[in-house]
Design a protein around this ligand. Structure first.
Ligand code: NAD
Length: 502
């Protein structure tokens, strides 16, 4: 269903969407509507998966695991490369789809999302032959011990809405590469892109190896993560949802990988290349409408360059063109939903009440006709020089960053580390010694020096603290989806003389 105006380049769905269960595209008894956040109107109808759908999808994945878990690495590699190739050839139509679905500016979808997805599948196709066990030297010469990396079984992948195709690739590519089968539950705010991606590549995998069920989290997601036949849960989303999922996983003793939120602190030292630092700070917070777990949502700037940094940053931020995500001229799109826009505004109200100054972002937003129903928010820069307000430690997940003023490196590091999150952090300096010392002291899984937002496949991605546990995007990720099986072989006939053998 589509109600968008004809003058927009919004994506038109091919019909009502269905779930993929065991190779069959299955209609659900109930549906829900996806809303285009640029205009605030429904644009697609999605299936609301039931507990019975979850049951069928997990059963199908279990059946498929029998054969897929024993395929050769060559076959799995060929499947992953075929997926990467096909998406590379046909992925462009996903840019308007992403823009319509979650408000991702279409220019970013072309620039970032589309190429990254193929790169991730290609990366895991490349490294899967390296998923070796090892031969372990032991004291007894008549004993041979070796290990194998055995696939786990059925993986439940629960996705967020902000970068749906990239998070899908981050989870599905390594899980399949290691020989597992998967049931994906995309976010209710970004299910169409996952269903369409799956439809594009479904014939490249045996039936049941990849299943997709859709629906709201507390219903469909909760049924999936509580299922006793799930071998591992891989989740990307917020810490509150993670706690609910871990509660369910505790009851079935299901292991999990958790990629959660962040409050990324970028430290800008007195000797920083200020032009590049300002440019990357803008990229760090305003890319993806600020709806990124690795956003630079906290700027710690040395007092000697603070005012110049703020002036340059604010000048550019004020000029950012906010508008329809499907319009290539838009530099920032809407927030994903009315609810999320209200959450972001709530954070801003609280910050103001805490005495935080709004440097830019309070000005009224003039939008072209037709966009009145969209969920827009101007790019915001806040000032909290001493970094005492709650906004310096709370994830906003929107185009809001707060600048603080610091005096020395120790203070900057202590303030950067003063959140429960630990996903991304970074430092801008021309001093090599300072760069390494600060990188060593920052408590986060990803550290950037003189850059932000660069995560090439191969670089481990994940956090500490409330940012979760486990690492995606790297060769070590394959181990997240296997269990070490240790095999001990007796090569001799010596036995301890414990019994009187007859
Ligand atoms: P969310 O936690 O609200 O939802 C994530 C997924 O969990 C959705 O598919 C949702 O339907 C499902 N869900 C909700 N309740 C559930 C339950 N009880 N049981 C099972 N599943 C349930 O997160 P979101 O709003 O989609 O995404 C925003 C959050 O994700 C932010 O905190 C952000 O930082 C984080 N994020 C982290 C990364 C990362 O890699 N670290 C990447 C992107 C987003």
């Amino acid at each position: 269903m589509t109600t968008t105006t004809t003058s927009r380049a919004a994506y038109v769905p091919p019909g009502d969407y269905r779930q993929l269960i065991g190779g069959d595209w299955t209609a659900a008894a109930r549906t829900f509507e996806a809303v285009d956040p640029s205009v605030g109107r429904p644009w697609a109808t999605l299936p609301q998966g039931t507990e019975a759908d979850v049951e069928s999808a997990v059963a199908a994945a279990r059946r498929a695991f029998g054969a897929w878990g024993r395929t050769t690495p060559d076959k799995r590699q060929a499947a992953l490369l075929a997926i990467a190739d096909r998406f590379e050839r046909q992925g462009e139509r996903f840019a308007p789809l992403l823009a319509t679905e979650n408000g991702r500016p279409i220019r970013e979808a072309f620039m970032a999302d589309i190429p990254t997805v193929s790169a991730i599948f290609r990366f895991f196709a490349g490294v899967l032959h390296g998923l070796n066990g090892e031969q372990i030297p032991v004291a007894d010469p008549n004993t041979l011990v070796y290990t194998r990396c055995a696939p786990l079984g059925v993986i439940a992948a629960v996705l967020p809405w902000n970068s749906p195709l990239i998070t899908f690739a981050n989870k599905v590519a390594p899980a399949l590469a290691a020989g597992n089968t998967v049931v994906v539950k995309p976010s209710e705010y970004a299910s169409a892109s996952i269903l369409e991606f799956t439809r594009l590549i479904a014939d490249l995998l045996p039936d049941g190896v990849l299943n997709v069920i859709t629906g709201v989290g507390p219903e469909t997601g909760a049924a999936l993560v509580a299922h006793p036949d799930i071998a591992k849960i891989t989740f990307t989303g917020g810490p509150a949802t993670a706690r609910a999922i871990l509660g369910a996983a505790g009851r079935t003793l299901t292991p999990s990988l958790m990629e959660l939120g962040g409050k990324g602190a970028m430290i800008v030292a007195a000797d920083a290349d200020l032009e590049c630092a300002v440019s990357d700070a803008l990229l760090g917070i305003y890319l993806a409408n600020g709806e990124a777990c690795i956003a630079a949502s906290r700027l710690l700037v040395h007092e000697s360059v603070h005012d110049e940094f703020v002036q340059r940053f604010a000048e550019t931020a004020r000029g950012i063109r906010v508008g329809d995500a499907t319009d290539p001229a838009s530099e920032m799109g809407p927030l994903v939903s009315a609810r999320h826009r209200d959450v972001v505004r709530g954070h801003l109200d609280r910050a103001r009440a805490d005495g935080v100054r709004v440097i830019t972002g309070d000005e009224p937003l003039e939008l072209p006709p037709g966009l009145e129903g969209g969920y827009y928010q101007r790019p915001v820069l806040l000032a909290d020089p001493e970094g005492t307000a709650a906004i310096t430690r709370t994830e906003v997940f929107g185009p809001v960053t707060v600048v603080e003023r610091y005096r020395d490196d120790q203070e900057a590091v202590a303030r950067a580390n003063s959140t429960r999150y630990g996903l991304a952090a970074g430092v801008w300096t021309r001093d090599l010694r300072r760069a390494h010392l600060i990188a060593d002291q920052l408590e986060a899984g990803i550290i950037w020096i003189n850059r932000w937002f660069d995560l090439p496949p191969g670089m481990p991605m994940g956090g500490v603290g409330d940012s979760g546990f486990g690492r995606e995007l790297s060769a070590q990720t394959l181990r997240e989806y296997t269990a070490t099986k240790a095999v001990n072989i007796d090569l001799g006939r010596e036995r301890p003389a414990l019994w009187n053998l007859s």
